[in-house]
Design a protein around this ligand. Structure first.
Ligand code: ADP
Ligand code: MG
Length: 439
């Protein structure tokens, strides 16, 4: 058997991992390398500690499986952060501290800023650079899946970058409550209190969880005061604004409003597209033209679901062994119903639009650029895009041999008019219905 270099082995393993576990595949896997490989133990070095933790938590089983497939040996895999030397013997477990487990994906760099989250993002940056001085407490709120937890991780990543020795406690409110209950049971309330009252930064996610937990609220109230009085930073998130957390004590609610309260809203279409592209990039995926747009059109409120859609598309392509295309994405998301059941053709569309706008079919398919013809032509392209499964190139081909960027431009323009001009929208809707009925 030919001997392979560790680089080759790793690249084979990564290929395999991509297929077995697309969800946890990341672009930075390119930066992994095999630090040691002997006695059946493959030790893979990661770019930083949070990556190592991510790998240890999410990827050990898949990497082990892939390593065994590739090498044909009973290999086990572990992951090292940059500061750790490869172990000489197989350890029983890897000692990764339990506190503040940061997700390597959740950084400011990977966070897309738009009108929906600008204030929250800016205030998190300010806080991570100067904890305890500007916005204290910082209170973020918004519906589920809009990036609150992501921003909290980013604050931790950045605060640590600014000052290595900064002490941060970052936990979910549920952990706080459970820790408190167990401290009472075990009679070590003092330790519990010290743990939280002496840090530089205390970050608690989802404080709505304090609802109906009167004693925990009381404890948290004192923790808050201790930190606040010592100018230590407090960052909190919740699913609603402080004043709407009705089941919390008034004195807590009023404290939540002392600093800065920032709301996260659902992202706009443009922001959704940017997020999908960012996520795809993070996973090392090349999305062809139109796929991000398709996802953004169909998933509107929750960013976690945007990612879910991306995962489904990727997994479908991997399983079928084909590249990602708009058609595949439609199938994967199950959004082709309207078009496939009714079999609308581009000719149906051109005919209907020509009737409606009273322009000749030959003009629509010509090179003429006058506005009276260009607009109906753009409507054709838009409808062809939403009602058929033809590619951008094919649609352009039917419209007098135009290229795909012209089709994209037309679709964007018509979409915009559709959104902002009610009369136009009515017309397009009527056209759409009539085309579907006559198909
Ligand atoms: P929340 O805590 O508000 O429920 P999360 O922070 O868990 O939401 O976010 C859900 C998912 O959406 C995460 O994977 C996160 O990375 C992603 N996400 C949310 N907002 C953004 C954004 N603006 N840019 C990039 N990813 C985002
Ligand atoms: Mg969250």
């Amino acid at each position: 058997m030919a001997k392979q270099s560790t680089t080759e082995i790793l690249s084979d393993i990564l290929e395999r991992v991509k297929t077995i576990d697309p969800v946890n595949t990341r672009k930075w896997f390119d930066d992994l390398h095999i630090a040691a490989f002997d006695h059946g133990l493959m030790q893979i070095a990661c770019p930083d500690r949070s990556c190592a933790e991510f790998m240890q938590d999410n990827c050990q089983a898949t990497f082990t499986q892939a390593a065994q497939n590739i090498t044909g040996h009973l290999v086990s895999v572990n992951f090292l952060d940059p500061g750790t030397q490869p172990a000489q013997v197989l350890p029983d477990h890897i000692d990764i501290p339990k506190h503040v487990r940061l997700h390597p994906d959740y950084t400011f760099e990977s966070f897309v800023v738009g009108p929906c989250n600008r204030l929250a993002h800016a205030s998190c940056i300010a806080v991570s650079q100067n904890p305890g001085t500007i916005y204290n407490p910082l209170f973020l709120y918004g519906n589920v899946g809009l990036g609150k937890t992501h921003l909290l991780h980013a604050v931790c990543h950045d605060a640590r970058k600014q000052r290595q020795d900064v002490s941060i406690q970052f936990l979910s409110c549920e952990e706080f409550v459970n820790g408190f209950i167990s401290a009472i049971e075990k009679g070590n309330l003092n330790d519990f209190q010290n743990q939280y009252r002496t840090v530089d930064v205390l970050i608690i996610d989802d404080v709505q969880f304090l609802r109906e937990r009167e004693q925990s609220q009381e404890e948290f109230f004192h923790t808050f005061n201790a930190l606040y009085n010592n100018r230590r930073q407090i960052v909190l998130t919740a699913d609603s604004a402080p004043q709407d957390l009705a089941a919390l004590e008034e004195r807590l609610i009023s404290r939540f409003k002392w600093g800065l309260v920032a709301r996260l809203d659902a992202p706009s279409y443009e922001t959704r597209i940017a997020i999908i592209k960012k996520k795809a990039h993070l996973r090392g995926l090349d999305l062809p033209e139109g796929v991000a747009e398709l996802i953004a059109e169909h998933v509107k409120t929750n960013i976690r679901e945007l990612e879910g859609a991306l995962t489904i598309i990727y997994a479908t392509a991997q399983t079928a062994g084909v590249p990602i295309t708009v058609n595949l994405a439609r199938q994967a998301l199950g959004v082709q119903d309207v078009t496939s059941s009714k079999n609308v053709s581009i000719s149906d569309i051109i005919r209907a639009v020509s009737d409606h706008f009273d322009v000749r079919i030959t003009d629509i398919q010509s090179k003429k650029r006058s506005q009276s013809i260009a607009l109906p032509r753009q409507v054709c392209m838009y409808l062809a895009r939403s009602l058929t499964r033809h590619s951008l190139e094919e649609i352009g081909g039917h419209m007098g041999g135009r290229d795909h960027s012209t089709v994209v431009h037309a679709c964007t323009k018509i979409e915009q008019m559709y959104k902002t001009e009610p009369d136009f929208r009515d017309n397009v809707d009527r056209l759409t219905n009539s085309i579907k009925q006559h198909a």
